[in-house]
Design a protein around this ligand. Structure first.
Ligand SMILES: [Zn+2]
Length: 240
């Protein structure tokens, strides 16, 4: 099993405000408590995330920004970067890849956590959001080759952002996990962080959801509460 010890710096890349709280926030909280610097990069402002005709996208974006920052504070996540790519119609464009590459070269994470860009559905009851696939796809392409290759996106180099080599990626929601993080010590924190997203989860049984997901993810390893990842360690060999 790949090493799952605490990195010094970790970056979580998701499509929407609240995605991290549903998925990887337990790991973020554990690592932050152990002294890691954790940065969230949210690709969209989540401004299409309401069907209420009285809620404008502009107002929703402001509200969700505040909710995301409140959730991050609960988790001990030190930094939140919200990009302004289109919510609901996100694509893994070169512009998005460049923005994510910029954040990686600036923050210099050892580890990047994101979703699985290959998953279209889970089981018999959940279609994955295309924005989630797009964010994960752009994130992996930014890790390799863009972040570590000097002359890709020369405008970043011109701005003083030197290449940076990420050591491992943690892919959450993979059908083939190989690493399980025990989140029992922080599950209450994860629940509180998701509850900070009241515009999205108000009235829903957040605690039951989170406990149920953590139990399901931990089951293959006999853990009461876990987040399961496919971890890919990028070693020092040339990758062409
Ligand atoms: Zn989402």
């Amino acid at each position: 099993m790949p090493d799952s010890s605490t990195p010094k710096r970790a970056m979580v890349i998701v499509a929407h405000p609240d995605d991290a709280e549903f998925t990887m926030a337990g790991t973020a909280a554990l690592w932050a408590a152990a002294g890691a610097a954790v940065c969230y990069v949210v690709c969209t402002r989540g401004d299409r995330g309401s069907n209420d005709p009285d809620v404008t996208p502009w107002a929703l974006a402001r509200l969700r920004d505040a909710e995301q920052r409140a959730a991050a504070a609960i988790l001990g996540v030190q930094e939140v970067v919200v990009l302004d790519h289109p919510d609901g119609t996100l694509e893994p464009t070169l512009a998005l890849r460049c923005d994510l590459t910029r954040e990686m070269r600036r923050f210099r994470p050892e580890v990047v956590l994101t979703g699985d860009p290959t998953v279209h559905f889970y089981g018999g009851g959940y279609l994955n959001h295309p924005d989630h696939r797009a964010a994960a796809s752009a994130a992996l392409d930014a890790v390799f080759p863009s972040a570590e290759t000097r002359y890709i996106f020369p405008e970043l180099l011109a701005a003083g952002l030197e290449p940076h080599r990420v050591q491992a990626v943690y892919i959450h929601g993979s059908p083939e996990p190989n690493t399980w993080i025990d989140i029992a010590p922080v599950i209450e924190t994860k629940i509180r962080a998701l509850q900070a997203h009241q515009s999205q989860v108000g009235g829903f049984p957040v605690e039951a959801w989170i406990r149920g997901m953590a139990e399901e993810e931990g089951r293959p390893r006999g853990l009461a509460a876990a987040e399961a990842y496919r971890v890919i360690v990028i070693n020092g060999a040339s990758q062409g």
